[in-house]
Design a protein around this ligand. Structure first.
Ligand code: C2E
Ligand code: MG
Ligand code: MG
Length: 291
């Protein structure tokens, strides 16, 4: 059995749990952590790999980029979703090393795109707060961009809205620096974080990615009651390009089109794809390779 001690914030009482589920959960987490340690030490690092999900530009009617999404095939549990292993990596500071691996893989993919003649297509990489706040984050990223001979304008970084809740000034300073180099910044999961409108105005991002929650709402009967269109116009007023994520149905797509959303991403366009599949998808979408 596992013993877990929780402190009740209000009265300082310690509560002890003895719970089989919790024990299983901890051993699962522990096993995943051990595998992540191995991977970051370079042991069978192929267990961590990337997939790329196409992003469609609605005005141009073509794929303008991809989001890089990390995948883990665990020895013990098979495929483990990033919503599970990324937080484990963050908790154990493993995300810094694994994040570097992820960045390199994404830049290698970008180099392949460039070699095929796609000089306008971007790849955006999800970055955790722990990574971004390291003093050497920017210089490492720039070194890697040079190493793989990438045009910084094709590199995007996705930061979840919630990371602006703390370290707001520091993060905005880093963003300004990266943007001055041409790197694009997206605020991810918009609408689920804690940033106030007043602050939102000052976040120096290129893109605002509306969280899937607001896209799901478009399937409800009273579409006109949703605030999704308000989020799109607010994003535009604040000078951001607006992306909808998790688009699965035609009805959602037509709403987004009618309400001026700029870019869409979701299973309706394509699921996340392996390197080669992603390039094939791009060639099929835009064979002239001037995209
Ligand atoms: P996210 O950055 O918001 O990524 C979008 C998620 O929505 C992805 O889940 C994607 O596969 C999923 N998705 C896209 N279209 C659809 C759709 O039409 N329907 C549904 N149901 N889902 C859709 P995924 O790959 O499981 O990633 C989950 C989260 O894990 C990501 O959310 C991101 O926060 C995090 N993550 C993934 N890769 C990385 C990474 O390399 N680094 C970091 N720090 N976080 C990552
Ligand atoms: Mg993202
Ligand atoms: Mg998101």
């Amino acid at each position: 059995t596992t013993e877990k001690s929780l402190r009740n914030e209000d009265n300082g009482i310690h509560v002890l749990f003895f719970d089989q589920n919790m024990a299983m959960q901890i051993s699962r987490e522990d096993k995943i952590k051990k595998e992540l340690v191995q991977i970051s030490d370079g042991i069978r690092s192929e267990r961590l790999y990337m997939q790329y999900q196409p992003i469609l530009n609605l005005n141009q009617g073509k794929i303008c980029g991809f989001e890089a999404l990390a995948r883990l095939t665990s020895d013990h549990f098979g495929r483990v979703p990033p919503n599970e292993f990324i937080p484990i990596a963050e908790k154990n500071k493993l995300i810094v090393q694994l994040g570097d691996v992820i960045i390199i893989k994404a830049l290698q993919f970008l180099q392949k795109l460039q070699q095929k003649g796609y000089n306008q297509v971007s790849v955006s990489i999800n970055i955790s707060a722990v990574q971004l706040l390291r003093s050497d984050f920017s210089s490492n990223l720039i070194d890697q961009i040079k190493r793989w001979q990438i045009n910084p304008a094709q590199v995007g970084l996705e930061l979840t809205e919630s990371i602006f809740a703390s370290n707001y000034d520091e993060i905005n300073r880093i963003i300004r620096y990266l943007r001055a180099l041409g790197i694009k910044i997206a605020i991810d999961d918009f609408g689920t974080g804690y940033s106030s409108l007043a602050r939102e105005r000052e976040i120096y991002a290129n893109y605002l990615k509306i969280d899937k929650h607001f896209i799901d709402k478009l399937l409800e009967a009273k579409t006109e009651a949703t605030i999704t269109s308000d989020i799109i116009s607010m994003g535009h007023k604040l000078g951001h390009c607006v992306i909808a994520e998790g688009v699965e149905y035609e009805t959602q797509l037509s709403y987004l089109r009618e309400n001026g959303c700029d870019l869409v991403q979701g299973y309706l366009i394509s699921k996340p794809l392996d390197d080669d599949q992603a390039i094939e998808h791009l060639i099929h979408d835009n064979p002239s390779s001037n995209g």
